[in-house]
Design a protein around this ligand. Structure first.
Ligand code: 3H9
Length: 693
């Protein structure tokens, strides 16, 4: 604690993010108590040292016995103080950090601050008053939006809704002390947030508002428990006296924090951060500076990748072979920005600023100043090699050269250049400006600082980058392939597309494998298989008939014009039945459990091979890839985590059983799975691993 005249300044200092671990809670309680008792202190400022004000509870403490004082106890003590209390925030006051500020009489913020209650992303709800106090301060609708999205809001929005009282330009603590002195001098009335009623009162007579919100959330939450609990807690803020509401919030929080969903979501939180760590990087290695990018190709992928750079404020040159293709690409980008503006997600001024960072060119020469060049042309080896041959001649000496590919051999592409050390793969997911996952393919010769640069750039453009090794399909698509094969196989053995899709959706995927094929285009896999000389019985027959999926109105399902809702098609059912007959496969009733296990266990089996081959550094990297790139339900923690939880021996035995039932050797348990199952081991224990779960 420091003193500036009659103002005491309590500084929380627990790097890197001032998480509210036991010592921080105890320290705050002690210092607030001291300051409250000290007659020379007339006001108290609470602030955080380092890069941020408190970013919330210490997540690693969840699931362990809590050492007192609890956060609620600290907050209750702050609320009792009769002198002005001012939270001076910067960085990311989040979760419990924001809840502490709600116990203070006033909040002031540095300009770049982002304030929020992100608990929902960890499968919990705010547990120290957030759901009860935020509605009293900023209103019910704004609170629901913040609590249900978990997204922080910028300081200027916080000022507009009354979450902060002033934005302090310049030195935050000095400004906060000056603010405190003003409060003392003006004898401003001291009101606690818990005593405010004006903003929640109108909702008491409108319980239907909550029912509406709950119904909407239930539709979107797909198996997640926390969003519904959040609604219930905010409802309690409106319908109950504050202390009863706080009790209800606590009950809901405690139940969620002890549950399996939050455990899985916390695991993914740490897995995501672990993925940023590359085991064999030399200490102190610094990424190269990237101030300018070039993207070759203005198609769907190239356009989305370019937008990701522009969105992060990095100027990008988009290169196409001719003006027409370039114009088409830019028109699509412009349209995408306009959609965001119309939806209210982006201000026109910001969209214009981003668009202005994009320059078009029709000559590869334009890539010569770029610090990173991302090639996003057709997924064909020869074309990619041509592009890299040209790039090798003109790109600046230490430019990072990346190929955006979903399957191709990055080493072969690198070998075409005289600088294979500068080459790697970046596998973006479509739509590239939206999807969070970025597989970074480390080639045999990729230099460590090139890899570090790609990781840093990935994070800068808002992605979750995960390093993978070279193999056909890398991690995500390689694991997707056995899932698709089994999905087809299930059709031949007796299931229908709707049965398989329904089981996948019930498990928690946003859509089933056949609806996904129809969305992505059945012709995509068909072309790849043609190139590989392989064939899928049903999908390829549909593609042969020109049934490519949604884009042709017919695929595994029928789609009416302008609609994305799948309609069952008797013709497809006939095709499936005929195929079973032709292949001599007897059709049988297949239950949901078998469908789910036949979809998921082969993926896990492939994941085990990937781990064994060192294509992924750790099982948790595979989980991050599936959660962020393929719609794996986050509350199930990813396929490898899921396998550890159902038990590896069970997965092994079921795979062996299904291999027998379906006469399909590819289902045989992999050596690593077999070994770990026999040892009673887990994927988590295989390779480096850190988790708080
Ligand atoms: C809560 O508050 C519940 C309350 O309502 C009720 C309680 C009763 N705890 O992300 P970074 C670590 S729930 C422990 O790379 P950035 C992180 O693992 C909490 N550790 O930095 C990493 O460690 P390492 C609500 C944490 O600058 C290091 O800090 N709050 C925590 O990109 C750096 O993290 C949240 O959910 C934590 N709370 O982003 C906020 N936070 O270096 C969660 C971080 O060993 N945190 N670490 O890998 C974040 O969103 C981001 O970390 C933040 C900084 C935006 C703060």
């Amino acid at each position: 604690m420091q003193h500036d005249g009659a103002v005491a300044v309590i500084v929380v200092d627990n790097p890197p993010v001032n998480a509210l671990k036991h010592e921080v809670r105890a320290g705050m309680l002690e210092n607030f108590t001291k300051a409250a008792e000290d007659k020379s202190v007339e006001a108290i400022v609470l602030t955080g040292a380092g890069r941020t004000f408190m970013a919330g509870a210490d997540i690693t403490e969840f699931g362990k016995p809590m050492k007192p004082p609890g956060l609620s106890e600290v907050i209750a003590a702050i609320e009792k103080i009769q002198k002005p209390t001012i939270a001076a925030v910067h960085g990311t006051p989040l979760g419990g950090g924001l809840e502490v500020t709600l116990a203070c009489h006033f909040r002031v913020a540095a300009p770049g601050t982002r304030l929020g209650l992100p608990e929902i992303k960890l499968g919990i709800i705010p547990g120290a008053g957030g759901t009860q106090l935020l509605p009293r301060l900023v209103g019910v609708e704004k609170s629901l939006a913040m609590i249900l999205s978990g997204d922080p809001i910028p300081a200027k929005d916080a000022l507009a809704v009354g979450l902060v009282d002033e934005i302090i330009e310049g030195d935050l603590v000095k400004g906060a002390v000056a603010f405190a002195k003003k409060v003392i001098a003006e004898k401003r009335p001291l009101k606690h947030v818990r005593d405010l009623d004006e903003k929640i009162a109108p909702f008491r007579s409108h319980p239907d508002k909550f029912n509406e919100a709950a119904a909407n959330v239930a539709k979107k939450s797909r198996g997640l428990e926390a969003p519904l609990a959040a609604i219930e807690a905010v409802r309690a803020a409106v319908t109950m006296p504050v202390d009863d509401g706080l009790k209800r919030e606590r009950e809901l929080f405690v139940k969620l924090v002890g549950g399996e969903q939050s455990k899985a979501q916390r695991y993914i939180f740490f897995a995501e951060r672990e993925a940023a760590k590359i085991p064999d990087m030399p200490a102190g290695l610094r990424p190269r500076e990237v101030t300018r990018a070039a993207v070759i190709g203005a198609g769907t992928m190239g356009g989305g990748i370019s937008m990701s750079f522009a969105n992060a404020g990095i100027p990008v040159t988009v290169i196409e072979t001719n003006e027409e293709a370039l114009k088409r690409g830019f028109d699509t980008i412009q349209k995408n920005y306009q959609i965001s503006v119309q939806r209210g997600a982006l201000k026109q001024e910001e969209a214009d600023k981003r668009f202005s960072l994009l320059k078009g060119a029709t000559s590869m020469e334009a890539a010569k100043d770029a610090d990173i060049v991302i090639e996003a042309v057709f997924e064909e080896m020869e074309i990619k090699k041509q592009v890299f041959g040209a790039l090798d001649k003109l790109a600046k000496p230490r430019a990072v050269l990346a190929t955006n590919t979903s399957y191709l051999n990055v080493d072969q592409i690198a070998q075409i250049t005289k600088r294979p050390k500068e080459v790697l793969g970046t596998h973006f997911f479509s739509p590239a400006n939206v999807m969070k996952l970025l597989e970074i393919v480390r080639g045999k010769e990729t230099a460590p600082d090139v890899l570090a640069t790609a990781m840093a750039v990935g994070r800068k453009i808002g992605k979750v980058p995960v390093v993978v090794g070279v193999c056909h399909g890398f991690v995500g698509n390689r694991m997707l392939s056995p899932r698709q094969n089994q999905a087809e196989r299930l059709l031949l053995e007796g299931a229908l597309p709707r049965d398989v899709d329904a089981a996948a959706v019930e498990f928690g995927f946003p859509m089933g494998p056949f609806a996904m094929s129809d969305l992505a285009g059945i012709d995509v896999g068909w072309r790849i298989r043609k190139a590989l000389g392989t064939r899928n019985e049903i999908a390829d027959q549909l593609a042969d008939m020109g049934r490519y999926g949604q884009k042709t109105g017919r695929g595994f399902y029928i789609y009416e014009k302008g609609s994305r809702s799948p309609i069952n098609d008797p013709e497809v059912e006939e095709i499936i039945g005929a195929a079973s007959k032709r292949l001599g496969i007897p059709r049988r009733q297949i239950d949901k459990k078998e469908i789910v296990e036949r979809l998921i266990f082969p993926m896990i089996n492939e994941g085990a091979k990937i781990l064994d081959e060192g294509i992924a550094y750790r099982a948790s990297d595979i989980d991050v890839i599936w959660v962020y790139g393929y719609g794996w339900p986050i509350w199930r923690g990813g396929p490898m985590y899921y396998a550890d939880h159902v038990g590896l021996a069970y997965v092994r035995d079921q795979l062996a059983h299904y291999a027998k039932v379906s006469g399909n050797k590819s289902l045989d348990p992999s050596p690593l799975l077999t070994r770990l199952a026999a040892e009673n081991g887990s994927f988590a224990s295989f390779g480096a691993k850190k988790s708080a779960a």
